[in-house]
Design a protein around this ligand. Structure first.
Ligand SMILES: *Cc1c(COP(=O)(O)O)cnc(C)c1O
Length: 396
């Protein structure tokens, strides 16, 4: 009989998987994997036979999430990352961005994306040209002038919810031999599938709508077969891969993405309409309102499914005190710095997401002291509206 020291380590381990297929994906924590023979192991290492070698390369639970995202995005492959920013970074590197490369990126992209391009990648010899991505002509000019390795845009911008015409941008990028990377965090595959419109890489912060419950930090890049190996090679070197526990939660969240999005889009439409009629509000930014300058483009991009769960608005009393009073008076809507959750959330961009943007540049982008951004949850729309109404009364 083996020693208790040996038994304690090995007893009960490495059982055959059950004959039955489990209905939901099991959580595989293992870092290492055993093959039936050294010859098979050699085949797996060489890539000849698919299989698991080491968790950084991929592992069963993470792969289940990746396959689900690839399917929903209409792609051939997806790679899950430790965060949305790791996904943005991996996509840029897979697109060939290196020292000496140029990148054309949306001026009002996500703050950390801006920072990655404007500081870290700049220090590494990459030149980024920030452009108004809502103007396809502007992007086309920049692309033909700078011959970038990558064009990086968000379908729906933050916090003013401007839209990028993905089809037109894909044509410009393709003509110039640049890879188009689309951050589709705000749209999700429920509203839009950028790969079908010509994008080369779709990235998500799965911390937002895909996870959906405020308990997951994750990212994912979906792409076509042509880019799969480049992305895999980058992921293997960078190692910013997703942990199986988190992939399991993200996969669980994904199941209700369409249900949540359907409710969030419907609720956001009701909230946008309510705000647009409220005397304490001067402007509402929501792609579903006919007053949105790109309402028609929103219809083309999103079809009949809705216009997203994000709404921004400006207070008539556009002071910091009024914005603070509004946030403090909320009882149901949570003033937290994230978005896409089942809960309704409110964010004050000048204090949070755009804090680092100099005031003059902020003003140029249209981000004023009276601007608030809402991420509408799945609660009853009447309760959300009642809470906003009461909080708006505190802004006079
Ligand atoms: C949150 C977010 C990111 C970054 O994602 P993390 O998961 O926080 O790293 C990137 N792009 C957009 C549009 C986001 O909202």
């Amino acid at each position: 009989m083996p020693s208790i020291f040996t038994q304690a380590v090995h007893a009960g381990e490495r059982q055959q998987p059950p004959r039955e297929t489990s209905v939901t994906t099991p959580l595989y924590h293992s870092v290492g994997y055993l093959e039936p023979s050294a010859a098979v192991m050699e085949e797996v290492f060489s890539g000849e036979t698919p299989g698991y070698v080491y968790r950084r390369y991929t592992s069963p639970t993470v792969e289940a999430f990746e396959r689900a995202i690839a399917a929903l995005e209409g792609g051939d492959a997806a790679f899950a990352t430790a965060s949305g920013m790791a996904a943005v970074h991996a996509a840029l590197l897979a697109a060939g961005v290196r020292a000496g490369s140029h990148v054309v990126a949306a001026r009002d992209c996500y703050g950390a994306t801006y920072d990655l391009l404007a500081t870290l990648l700049t220090e590494q010899g990459v030149t980024t040209h920030f452009v108004d991505a809502t103007d396809a002509k502007h992007v086309e000019e920049a692309v033909s002038q700078y011959h970038p390795a990558a064009v990086l845009v968000e379908i729906v911008s933050n916090p003013l919810l401007k839209l990028a015409d993905i089809g037109a941008l894909a044509r410009s990028a393709q003509n110039a031999g640049a890879a188009l990377i689309v951050d589709s965090t705000f749209a999700t595959p429920y509203l839009c599938r950028p790969l079908a419109l010509g994008a080369d890489y779709v990235v998500h912060s799965a911390s937002k709508y895909i996870g959906g419950h405020g308990d997951v930090l994750a990212g994912v890049v979906a792409t076509s077969h042509a880019n799969r190996d480049k992305l895999f090679a980058i992921e293997k070197k960078i190692g910013a891969v997703l942990a199986p526990e988190v992939a399991w939660l993200a996969l669980r969240g994904l199941k209700t993405l369409p249900l949540r999005m359907r409710q969030q889009c419907a609720n956001a439409g009701i909230v946008a309409q309510f705000l647009s009629e409220h005397p304490a509000v001067t402007r509402v930014f929501y792609p579903g309102l006919p007053s949105h300058p790109q309402h028609q483009l929103a219809r083309e991009l999103f079809g009949e499914r809705g216009f997203g769960g994000m709404v921004a608005f400006e207070l008539r009393n556009g002071t910091r005190q009024a914005a603070f009073a509004f946030l403090d008076a909320l009882k149901l809507v949570l003033p937290a710095t994230t978005l896409g959750d089942v809960y309704s959330l409110a964010l004050y961009p000048v204090m949070a997401s755009h804090r680092a943007v100099p005031p003059a540049e902020r003003a140029q982008l249209g981000i004023t002291e009276g601007l608030l951004r809402l991420s509408i949850g799945i609660e009853d729309a009447n309760d959300i509206v009642a809470d906003l109404d009461a909080a708006l009364a505190a802004t006079n």
